[in-house]
Design a protein around this ligand. Structure first.
Ligand code: 2GW
Ligand code: MN
Length: 296
């Protein structure tokens, strides 16, 4: 569906000259398989918005809020409306067992909120694995004619800066905010060979967060289907990966290299945490009291 750019700048569309020599030197902006890693300072927002505007895209965005997690919706949605794909068409698909608790949030032009009721799930295992299955079905049964790209996001987080079309790609992973500077043997991959999510200590590229991933419908459908199947094999073998679907996502990305990586700017630990490389916090986990929000 994606058109070739055929980009023609209108007369007088002025932006900074891109350089073949100068770039950020404190972070890597490309992987060893030549996928870009998106950091502040590696793209020109004006230019990239202009390029993508001509494609008339829709970005589906899924978010789950079950049980007490509906309390995160107001900040999540209000901040998204300030920062998330502003000026582009966004359809949020919100899955909740409490539709009556969904706050009224004024949606920007071209942004729509679609609320879907799902049965209550009490065990976090069911929530985390249920997400993959619901996403798989949503993409297959409904999105084909509705969207071009999809992002799947945790709800216990808030936007503080631009998250825009620079993030779009065939298969997109976000580098986990705790492990971007860690050696691979320290990553919290699943290390038991009995699990389908197993990654040996001498393997692995990056540690990706389960809190945000996305890409084209086709690629994300394949991702969700594969993770769901792998988790089901684990269930049959009475084993559960250390970080649940995040472990399976990391295994998937090891064998299906993402075509674009987003830096931890796109999922930071907490707005007050500091690291020299983070020039902008775009999306960040909010502090939460697990004992208070999670079912027993
Ligand atoms: C219930 C019991 C235990 C943990 C979570 C939940 C729960 C999750 C819930 O009661 N209601 C609910 O809506 N959720 C959804 O699942 C919600 O969208 C939430 O953001 C998402 C992931 O749960 P969360 O945010 O508590 O997990 P984190 O922040 O510790 O996340 C990482 O690890 C998870 C796997 O353990 C996931 O991979 C997640 O994507 C990661 O960020
Ligand atoms: Mn979370």
């Amino acid at each position: 569906k994606l058109k070739n750019f055929g980009l023609r700048s209108p007369v007088g569309f002025v932006y900074n000259q891109p350089s073949a020599l100068v770039s950020r030197t404190d972070v890597a902006s490309v992987t060893s398989w030549l996928a870009p890693i998106i950091w502040e300072g590696t793209f020109d927002a004006t230019l990239i918005d202009f390029i993508y505007k001509q494609q008339n895209l829709t970005i589906a965005t899924t978010v789950f809020a079950l049980g007490k997690y509906t309390r995160f919706l107001k900040d999540f949605l209000e901040s998204a409306e300030q920062h998330y794909f502003v000026g582009f068409r966004v359809h949020y698909y919100l899955f909740t067992d409490h539709p009556e608790e969904v706050p009224e949030v004024k949606m920007g032009e071209n942004h729509r909120l679609i609320v879907r009721k799902v049965p209550s799930m009490n065990r976090w295992q069911d929530i985390s694995m249920g997400r993959m299955e619901i996403l798989e079905k949503l993409i297959k049964n409904e999105l084909a004619s509705e969207a071009d790209y999809i992002f799947c996001l945790d709800v216990d987080a808030k936007f503080y800066g631009r998250w825009g079309v620079e993030s779009l790609g065939r298969l997109v992973g976000v580098i986990h905010p705790w492990y971007f500077d860690a050696p691979r043997d320290k990553f919290t991959y699943e290390r038991r060979p009995e699990s389908q999510a197993y990654i040996p200590v001498e393997e692995g590229d990056y540690y990706f967060t389960g809190a945000a991933f996305g890409g084209s419908l086709e690629d994300v459908h394949h991702l969700t289907k594969t993770c769901r199947e792998q988790m089901n094999i684990d269930i049959a073998n009475s084993i559960e990966a250390l970080w649940h679907e995040e472990s399976h996502l990391n295994k998937y990305f090891l064998h299906n290299k993402p075509s674009k990586l987003l830096s931890p700017e796109y999922l930071w630990r907490d707005i007050n945490a500091w690291a020299a490389q983070i020039k902008v916090v775009r999306f960040s986990h909010v502090a939460k009291n697990n004992a208070e929000v999670r079912p027993n």
